[in-house]
Design a protein around this ligand. Structure first.
Ligand SMILES: Nc1nc2c(ncn2[C@@H]2O[C@H](COP(=O)(O)OP(=O)(O)OP(=O)(O)O)[C@@H](O)[C@H]2O)c(=O)[nH]1
Length: 650
């Protein structure tokens, strides 16, 4: 169901969604609260709680966040059922109902007669954004583990639970959506007990939609989550866990203060870059910006400090007082691009504008990598690296929404490792992949990235899921029952090692359709494995067309080659001469189709004339065709390319 919902809402015609209207992120969506002031020095560590909500996609994180903001009076109460999702600020997030970029909100709440400050760090739900999840958790001491009472534990519930557990966070289990007729709180509580060892008595049952039970969550946050530790007397240490770009103020960073006090006007330095800055603005997000005079140990807030470039705000960095030196706090692994695609302007003269837009958008999305690329077929463009295909699609939509870009995006590829005798090279662009001649001579081995996948699915779909995995070259399959002994409702968790390239194409769609939407899926990197891969090129009239090259597994080369020449022959317009369309791996032609010529009737005007004359004209026509052929001028309009590229990525 989760995947079904995700796919429906994301309208997963993944790569070619129509452009929608403009929206913007960064500061135009952040606004300053008029006349609010908060005395931060009153909030000592024992009155602070820093927490996150973690869950599988769609289990209700943003809805619960809204209820918490309302209950604490941080935002006005809305009508029940109207889910505005205050923290989902990007247009793409609101449209698709998914959280992409983690947002932070501080709430002030009286408990036991004392005012507490509760810092909620919202996390995204989709597997592609796991990096954002671990980044958010780095600033927390506790997490609400939210599980939908009708769907139960899903693939990502398990992965976020492990991330939180590894970080030593206090986990508060919460069962959401108990208002749904399909809710089975007892059964799901038992499932949480068997999967995570949760004591059923610790589970809070709520409906984030109606607000039922949300008070208990608030109480548990204060009572069960440990306060942060830190002292005002130790040297300043501020952990930088997020940043955004503001057109007027430059980079705005979110920090969690470990020790010491940070004030406006302070001079700080970065452990990572060693650069020095002056704090020009400081405040908390409530959820709007509320300027404060200082931030104290355990507190979370924003700072502006004349950083011009987003790259200066290194996520996981420690800021300290300029001149003093401190041991940096442990950072975390930077995000790594797993899926690459070329982005080209539909109108080639738009490239400078497109490049500028991509760069500006990347300022708010630090996990995207950018490189220039040029293609004879598509002109000048950029090759971008993304965390996954949904991330890629979200970026594309934001380019269209926020920058009015009119683009074409090529089929996604993954980074392959080419092991030469003396070096290793990563290749994500099929045109750079060595020809198979090379593969046999200079190249020792080709490796491809693999992932450890887990699929949770009702037992009745288990066979289909096994077939799906095998047809996508899965290995090391194993499975276990999640609800042992509950008969027909049993669900199975299936784990396997699968090439990343297999899941960036149609895997999600097939998973969804073959399980009637009931399967949930998650994966994590599992390194590289040697693989029998080759570059497949397509030749039009004997000439290779770079933009169409593919990297294929040798076991699939015949099927892919045949499929593609059939597709090409349908979309390429007929020429004045016959055009062979071939798929080749190295020197070997795998498949061939022939596009027949238009036969312009040059003899039509020669009524009854001499046969020899007629033959001569036909001969000349043949010569003309041969010349055209020799020059290799296949007339292929851009639209044909677009059509091919779109079907290539499906
Ligand atoms: N009936 C019912 N629906 C709920 C409840 N909580 C959330 N929903 C609905 O479930 C859907 C998903 O809720 P969200 O809050 O967007 O879920 P999310 O976990 O933030 O989703 P991502 O950010 O994409 O991971 C929305 O349609 C909500 O209205 C609940 O307690 N009861």
């Amino acid at each position: 169901m989760a995947i079904l919902m995700q796919c429906r809402r994301a309208a997963l015609s993944l790569y070619f969604l129509g452009p929608s209207t403009r929206a913007s992120f960064s500061t135009s969506t952040r606004w300053r609260a008029p006349n609010k002031s908060v005395a931060m020095e009153d909030f000592t560590c024992d009155l602070i709680r820093n927490f996150s909500i973690i869950a599988h996609i769609d289990h209700g994180k943003s809805t619960l966040a809204d209820r918490l903001l309302e209950l604490t009076g941080t935002i006005k109460k809305k009508e029940v059922g109207k889910n505005e999702q205050v923290l989902d600020k990007l247009k793409v997030e609101r449209e698709r109902g998914i959280t992409v970029k983690a947002q932070t909100a501080s709430m002030i709440h009286s408990f036991g007669g004392r005012k507490h400050i509760l810092n909620l760090i919202d996390t995204p739900g989709h597997v592609d954004f796991a990096w954002e999840v671990s980044r958010s958790l780095a600033a927390c001491q506790g997490a609400l583990l939210l599980v939908d009472a009708s769907q139960g534990v899903q693939a990502q519930t398990i992965s976020v639970f492990h991330i939180a557990q590894e970080r030593g966070l206090k986990i508060i289990p919460v069962l959401n959506k108990i208002d749904l007729p399909a809710a089975q709180p007892e059964r799901i509580a038992a499932q949480m007990q068997s999967t995570f060892g949760t004591n059923p008595e610790d589970i809070i049952r709520i409906s984030a939609k109606t607000g039922r039970g949300v008070e208990d969550v608030l109480q548990a946050i204060v009572e069960r989550i440990p306060p942060p530790s830190g002292t005002t007397t130790s040297p300043l240490k501020a952990f930088l866990f997020d940043s955004m770009y503001d057109r007027y103020r430059g980079v705005i960073s979110l920090v969690a203060i470990q020790d010491g006090i940070l004030k406006k006007g302070d001079r700080v330095a970065s452990c990572h870059t060693k650069k020095k800055y002056e704090i020009t603005d400081i405040g908390i997000l409530n959820p709007e910006e509320v300027p404060v005079t200082s931030l104290h140990p355990g507190q979370v807030g924003y700072i502006a400090c004349n950083m011009k470039e987003s790259s200066e705000a290194h996520i996981g960095d420690t800021l300290h007082r300029a001149g003093a030196s401190v041991d940096p706090m442990p950072g975390f692994k930077p995000a790594k691009a797993m899926v690459y695609a070329g982005i080209f302007p539909i109108d080639t003269s738009d490239f400078p504008k497109l490049e500028e837009s991509i760069k500006r958008l990347a300022l708010t999305d630090r996990s995207v990598t950018i490189q220039r690329e040029s293609s004879t077929a598509l002109g000048q463009g950029c090759r971008l690296g993304f965390l996954g295909t949904l991330h890629m699609d979200v970026f594309r939509q934001r380019l269209e929404d926020e920058h009015d870009a009119n683009i074409i995006i090529t089929a996604p590829t993954v980074p392959y490792k080419i092991v030469y005798k003396d070096k290793e090279v990563y290749v994500s662009n099929p045109t750079e992949f060595p020809d198979s001649v090379d593969v046999s001579s200079k190249v020792k081995e080709v490796q491809e990235p693999v992932v450890k996948a887990s699929i949770i699915v009702p037992e009745e779909y288990f066979g289909d899921m096994m077939d799906l995995c095998f047809s996508h070259r899965a290995e090391e399959l194993e499975h276990k029952y999640l609800d042992a002994g509950t008969g027909t409702e049993s669900r199975i968790m299936l784990n396997c090692i699968i090439p990343l390239s297999e899941i960036v194409t149609d895997f999600f769609d097939q998973l969804k359709s073959r399980s009637s939407g009931f399967a949930s899926f998650d994966y994590e990197e599992a390194g590289y494995k040697p693989s029998n891969l080759a570059k497949m090129v397509f030749l039009l009239n004997g000439k290779p067309v770079d933009a169409l090259a593919l990297i294929v597994h040798r076991s699939h080369e015949d099927a892919i080659g045949k499929l593609w020449v059939k597709k090409l022959v349908k979309v390429i317009p007929r020429q004045m001469y016959e055009v062979p369309i071939q798929a080749a791996v190295g020197k070997k032609i795998i498949a061939r189709e022939t596009l027949s010529a238009y036969r312009a009737d040059v003899t039509a005007g020669l009524y009854g004339g001499h046969v020899e004359r007629k033959m001569k004209v036909l001969e000349r026509q043949k010569e003309g065709k041969a010349r055209m052929k020799r020059m290799g001028t296949v007339d292929m309009p851009q639209e044909a390319f677009f059509e091919i590229m779109s079907s290539k990525s499906k």
